[in-house]
Write a protein that binds this ligand. Structure first.
Ligand SMILES: [Cu+2]
Length: 129
């Protein structure tokens, strides 16, 4: 008889734990807010000898940034120094580079492929605030 009581008590405790667990599921479980970096901002960038347009991007720290880069002339390679993000941009095609803007600071966007005589001037800035 005592075993039956213990078994019933154990089942009741188990049922209570299951009900308690289901009541604690986050409200936004499947929404984008559940991610670590929930906000994604997308920027269209044109790479052209010897500039990026726009050449300055300003984002909030912790933002997931998607750079859709299109080369208007020759092959380039966009790199964000300090954030280990780099993507080749082949002439006429769009390439997507994603990164997390963290930590706050000013990062240089550069062309990492020698694309012409003034290649070293091809720079932009990513400001993370
Ligand atoms: Cu270049």
């Amino acid at each position: 008889m005592a075993r039956a009581r213990i078994l019933i008590l154990a089942l009741l405790v188990l049922a209570a734990l299951v009900l308690l667990g289901s009541a604690c599921v986050p409200v936004y479980k499947s929404s984008a807010a559940a991610g670590i970096y929930p906000i994604t901002k997308e920027y269209q960038i044109e790479a052209r000898q010897f500039d990026f347009t726009p050449n300055e991007i300003r984002v909030a720290a912790g933002t997931r940034v998607r750079l859709v880069v299109r080369s208007a002339d020759v092959d380039h390679r966009i790199a964000v120094a300090g954030l280990t993000a780099e993507k080749e941009t082949v002439q006429g095609r769009r390439q997507t580079l994603e990164l997390v803007a963290w930590p706050p600071g000013t990062y240089e966007m550069v062309c990492a492929v020698v694309c012409g005589t003034s290649h070293d001037r091809m720079r932009g800035t990513l400001i993370v605030e």
